[in-house]
Design a protein around this ligand. Structure first.
Ligand code: PLP
Length: 358
């Protein structure tokens, strides 16, 4: 059985060297005589793995000492609740609604305080990101929440909002794909299953002065202060997930870090969008200015042709190209682990499909 090019939005393709290393270590990690999955999270052998993962992500993203880095559980969605529970001191927050995850985050926060959706592209089926310069932000908001890449609709922020409140960013589908100036954010969080590792894990980068303000009702496990004091180990963490995240960080460092992968990501996205812009059959759905580099959404305009395309592509080893059930069409998710070669194969197949079906 050969490996396919997996364009899944998440869980998504992992880098092959990461999987190979994990396979090599599966039964016996180093000279420990056991698998990483079988180690105590308090043992030296495991805390070394943990510490290295934290050091490597700090290095990759140039995260300053004024930030804590935590590996939490419950994916990104758990943070939709944890964010307001930890930050809503004045019970007020601004949210930009730029996609379905952004919407879900705002809806969840409403359970805990006054949420102002200061801008939304919902009425326009999220084909763009609201203009951050045209927004009235609230100076007394505890934070502004953004979703920097909209996984389902294939859009991304091209500039960051400038506001008084700290920015809290769901970076699930773009973290490590491009350079981020961490100092411009209060909190960055990301579910792991797109650019980091397996699902269930969530990376949290939070400015230390924002930690320690949780509401009394905040469950202990969601309390960032509790988790920061315990080094992400208030309870047993997702030890295997953190190990794989660490391998991904090492792989990324070996190939030149975020700056290098960003160049590759720009190249991959350009290959697809350039083809789409000149296609007689396919059309990209996101507004040009806001096109995502990670999730490329497109349609033929004919649902039957879309379905035929997805099926025929799968037969060629190009799988999971179906768009999200809420929007239809196609979506090629081309995260860090997708090689240029995979995108070239896809464009090549699209050309052939077009010639036969336009
Ligand atoms: C995938 C994704 C989520 C959901 O992540 P879970 O780990 O399933 O909770 C949230 N936000 C964004 C932007 C995503 O891409």
């Amino acid at each position: 059985m050969e490996r396919v090019y997996n364009f899944s939005p998440g869980p998504s393709q992992l880098a092959l060297p990461v999987l190979e290393k994990a396979q090599k270590d599966l039964l016996c990690y180093g000279d420990t005589g056991m698998s990483v999955m079988e180690m105590s999270h308090r043992s030296k052998m495991y805390t070394d793995i943990y510490d290295k993962a934290v050091a490597d992500i700090r290095d990759l993203m140039k995260i300053g000492e004024e930030y804590d880095v935590l590996f939490l559980q419950g994916g990104a969605t758990q943070q939709f609740s944890a964010v307001p529970l930890n930050l809503m001191v004045n019970r007020k927050a601004d949210y930009i609604d730029s996609g379905n995850f952004a919407h879900l985050a705002a809806e969840e926060a409403k359970r805990y305080g006054e949420v102002s959706v200061v801008a939304s592209s919902r009425e326009d089926v999220y084909t763009y990101v609201p203009d951050v310069k045209a927004i009235q932000y609230h100076d007394d908001a505890d934070y502004l929440h953004i979703t920097q890449n909209n996984t389902i609709y294939g859009t991304r922020y091209t500039e960051l909002p400038v506001c008084k409140a700290p920015i809290v960013c769901d970076a699930s589908s773009m973290i490590l794909s491009e350079e981020m100036d961490v100092s411009r954010y209060g909190v960055i969080y990301a579910g792991a299953q797109k650019n980091i590792g397996p699902s269930g894990l969530c990376l949290l980068i939070a400015r230390k002065d924002l930690i320690g303000k949780a509401m009394d009702i905040c469950p202990k496990l969601l309390n960032w202060e509790v988790q920061a004091k315990a080094g992400s180990m208030y309870n047993t963490p997702n030890t295997w997930g953190i190990y794989l995240a660490g391998l991904t960080f090492q792989w990324l460092k070996e190939i030149g870090g975020v700056q290098a992968i960003e160049k590759v990501n720009i190249e991959k996205a350009a290959l697809l969008y350039d083809f789409l812009d000149n296609s007689k059959l396919f059309r990209a759905t996101a507004e040009k200015k806001y096109r995502s580099r990670m999730n490329v959404t497109f349609v033929t305009g004919d649902a039957d042709k879309d379905a035929a395309f997805v099926k025929a592509a799968a037969a060629e080893g190009l799988v999971n190209l179906k768009g999200h059930r809420s929007v239809g069409g196609m979506r090629a998710s081309i995260y860090n682990a997708m090689p240029v070669e995979g995108v070239k194969k896809l464009v090549d197949f699209m050309k052939r499909f077009e010639a036969a079906n336009a």
